[in-house]
Ligand binder design. Structure first.
Ligand SMILES: [Zn+2]
Length: 172
């Protein structure tokens, strides 16, 4: 089914577009640099529940970079995602005119798109600022990437709360 190769339905029912896997040749120099920052951030990940580590790096409209990593402890249901910890770091700096790009590096599985909650937070930022955020994802080896804009990630960009406008079977 061709549709299932291009879209993913998240656990909460949101339908997101899944970009093709590309090599680093498809990225610009600054996108590679941002992915490297996310890769460094991944070293700060703390996950005592499972061996999943994620690093994120946000580049703001004024060209500052903020990093974050996932934080998860056993016995605690709350799991802070790398993207939200990077976003919190950016927010606490007093920024926010908009987010130019976000890089996310995941281990051991990757590239992985931001989850639906993080994606919605980024989409809301894009809608508020008018700056369409480029999402760059990579595996930890930095051999496989994907790139897309946050507004292209959502099947319907004007519905950030997860309403669906296509019919498909879930594949996650
Ligand atoms: Zn998330």
């Amino acid at each position: 089914m061709a549709m299932a190769e291009n879209f993913v339905r998240t656990k909460s029912g949101l339908v997101l577009r899944r970009p093709p896997i590309v090599s680093h040749d498809e990225l610009t120099h600054s996108q590679i640099e941002l992915a490297k920052a996310a890769h460094l951030a991944l070293r700060n990940a703390h996950n005592s529940v499972e061996d999943i580590r994620v690093g994120a790096a946000i580049k703001t409209a004024d060209d500052r970079v903020f990093i974050g990593a996932n934080l998860r402890g056993s016995g605690i249901s709350r799991h802070m995602h790398a993207e939200e910890s990077a976003l919190a770091a950016a927010e606490m700096s007093g920024f926010m005119d908009g987010i130019r790009a976000v890089a996310v590096v995941s281990a051991p599985y990757g590239p992985k798109l931001p989850c639906d909650t993080c994606s919605k937070m980024l989409l809301i930022r894009a809608n508020e600022s008018g700056i369409d955020t480029v999402i760059i994802t990579s595996n930890v080896e930095m051999s496989r990437f994907s790139i897309l804009k946050i507004t292209d990630m959502f099947v319907n960009r004007n519905l950030p709360h997860g309403e669906l406008d296509i019919d498909m079977k879930p594949d996650v």
